[in-house]
Design a binder for this molecule. Structure first.
Ligand code: NAP
Length: 323
């Protein structure tokens, strides 16, 4: 980071993940100072107590803020934490928040996959070799998939990986194997808080594709873009295979001499496949290294608090690295 390290953080987004993040700041002695908190309509700036921000948010809208860049100029955070609701197509407002945070000279942490999947190179350009973007919550949330990918990247021997990366699709496919219609299965996932409000990104395979792009860039120096992923959603599942069970929406990426080849499709996994053991909303990634062999990371709670925990760990790591 270009300015002296100072544990000042600004939080954008006070929904499920943002509120869980502020709860964690209260519960844990992390030594962080909250200097700004914003939602879609307003912001608070100053020496803030997380509890007071939560009380303010529960009581009504935050006061109108000064605008993104002016807010960062005033608050001068070391880390901008983006927990905003993000449009998958435009990656906004997340992309603007991350760009503003990086332009202001600090580090950024995001729970949103779209800005990374759509603008990885431009966001990472200009970091001058310094790690300034934390995104563990964006590709696995509670599942430490990014942490394992970063550890394996240093070994430089991973040739491919396979992954089940959304909490929604296994739940929906299992319900369909039990005889439910796709619509009923998705509705049940929404009722249990597993599916996003717009589940088409999950069931259409694009959520998995975005996370594949993020993990591929974490592992390899590559130019994979989300539009370069060959995507088939769960609507493409063979009905007979679905009824037989064991179908999962699987993302696959492989490093070849010509670049990275990546795909997402419903696949009938053999019962002894490591990813076949995933149930309900569980996620998992199976990395294959030439010398390391197979490494499976699986599980993780599908819940806003899991994502908030990942984001907080990113903040603390980035501050430690900058110290
Ligand atoms: N929920 C999970 O378990 C989970 C896991 C991993 C990743 N994520 C990702 O994390 C993001 C947040 O999830 P969530 O469940 O907390 O969503 P949410 O409950 O819908 O809350 C989103 C928050 O973003 C705020 N917001 C919208 N536009 C903003 C802007 N321009 N500036 C500042 N804040 C803005 C909203 O403000 P208002 O309060 O004014 O509406 C709201 O407080 C989502 O994009 C999601 O995909 C979620």
């Amino acid at each position: 980071m270009s300015r002296d390290v100072d544990p000042r953080i600004a939080v954008f987004g006070l929904g499920g993940v943002g509120r869980a993040f502020l709860d964690l700041l209260t519960e844990r002695s992390c030594g962080l100072s909250l200097v700004a908190a914003a939602d879609s309509r307003g912001a608070l700036v100053g020496d803030l107590s997380p509890e007071a921000v939560l009380r303010h948010k529960a009581a009504g809208p935050l006061p109108e803020g000064p605008g993104l860049r002016a807010l960062l100029d005033e608050a001068r955070p070391s880390v901008v934490v983006d927990l905003s609701a993000c449009d998958f197509g435009t990656a906004e407002p997340s992309l603007s928040i991350l760009r503003a945070g990086l332009d202001a000279g600090g580090a950024v942490v995001t729970a949103n996959k779209a800005p990374l999947a759509r603008a990885w190179s431009t966001l990472h350009a200009g970091a001058n070799g310094t790690r300034r973007i934390g995104y563990a919550a964006a590709a696995g949330a509670a599942l430490p998939a990014v942490a394992v990918a970063r550890a394996l990247a240093r070994r430089d021997d991973v040739r491919s990986f396979e992954a089940v990366l959304t909490g929604t699709t296994t739940f929906v496919l299992e319900a369909m194997a039990g005889g439910a219609s796709a619509e009923d299965a998705v509705r049940a996932a929404q009722e249990q808080g597993i599916a996003e409000p717009d589940p088409s990104i999950d069931v259409g395979g694009w959520d998995t594709a975005a996370k594949l792009v993020i993990l591929a860039h974490t592992l390899w120096d590559c130019d994979l873009k989300i539009d370069g992923v060959d995507v088939t959603g769960i609507e493409g599942a063979d009905p007979a295979a679905l009824r037989a069970g064991g179908v999962r929406l699987v993302g696959r990426a492989e490093r070849r001499s010509t670049g990275v080849r990546a795909s997402v499709a419903p696949v009938a996994l053999a019962p002894d496949h490591p990813l076949a053991r995933l149930r309900g909303a569980e996620k998992g990634v199976l990395f294959r290294g030439a010398d390391t062999g197979e490494v499976l990371v699986a599980g993780g709670r599908s819940h806003p608090r899991g994502a908030a925990t990942a984001a907080l760990a990113d903040v603390l790591e980035l501050l430690e690295e900058a110290a």
